[in-house]
Design a protein around this ligand. Sequence first.
Ligand SMILES: [Cu+2]
Length: 422
Amino acid sequence: MDKPHMAPPLFPPNGRPYDPVVTLNGWTLPWRMKDGWKEFHLIAEPVRRQMAPGMTANLWGYNGQSPGPTIECVEGDKVRIFVTNKLPEHTTIHWHGILLPNGMDGVGGLTQPQIPVGKTFVYEFQMKKSGTFMYHPHADEMVQMAMGMMGFLVVHPKDPAFMRVDRDFVFLMSAYDIDPGSATPKVATMAEFNLWTWNSRVFPGIDHLAVRRGDRVRIRIGNLTMTNHPIHLHGYDFEVTGTDGGWVPKSARWPEVTTDVAVGQMRAIEFTANAPGDWAFHCHKSHHTMNAMGHNVPTMIGVDHRGVAAKIMKLVPDYMVMGERGMADMGEMEMPIPDNTLPMMTGAGPFGPIEMGGMFSVVKVREGLARNDYRDPGWYQHPEGTVSYAWAAEAPLAQRKAPAPDAGRILKVRKPFGHSGH
Ligand SMILES: [Cu+2]
């Protein structure tokens, strides 16, 4: 797969019928039927993945892309999955959440020998239940997952009417530590990642989720990063209807607008798209909606450093004064950055800079889209009088808390330096 854009849903050409999913910035792996078995072929190999226009990373993945293609099958299917190892080291594949014979579980050393370089192994099992699953290596896991090896696995219900939705989106969350100006992740990083991705893409490279008004929508999310991600949708409340353990019974669901997806977990959320608009959809950790940046910068809010800046500019003509009013300026400033590096916060909307990066996209709910049309419908046209507006007259007096008695005192504080944590 050479394109970073979402492939149209792959309707099953044979086997049991089902309503296919769509993979954000990804695709579904075709199969062949052989003597009642559904045969898939994954090739583990180094890939190049464009994370957003302007930056491409050297990753490892499957069949030309990271994450690998989505595998779709149906409850009851007998699947045979060939795995060819074209990596420079051995690997395996573990089928996360699938109930299968122990020897098919893919844990190198424990349930099978690792797949040597250049060899092909076969996994065979029957899909006992429908749901939301994933696949990833269980061999040199730290390195192989830090390099982007993972993929989505959806098992559709045998009865297509069960849990039926109109649009079913899937993506995996992964994180990378790629120094500005470079292209290969630092695989030993444990916590300080600088690129928080959905399907190894960052905003503004992540597909929009185009939805027809009135559609029942499911979004399935899996987390293979090293931390949890509270995933937040604007404009709607939703319910978690499935996990990697199975479907959640109706009586056990509750309404949410944010659902935390912990490490190694998957969540399927559902809502009925009755409110048109461009609704932000993102991780609620504010550092996870940013792209790579140096985090070792002091807080400059309230510091007047114009005098110092003039002196520095004699030595460094390109020096930029920034941060004393906050950092929003960076959303539009044209600061020189190294090649193959994305701005920390970026993206342009109909009203100006969006000032985002990382795990951010937009659910675009529109009237009258065609049934399987996932193309970007453009920006929302707001009905007259429904957009927040500038107040032309004098602002009415607001109540404010009385200032503290010592509010006028100037505090002389040495600012603590250093910020190394997310
Ligand atoms: Cu996050």
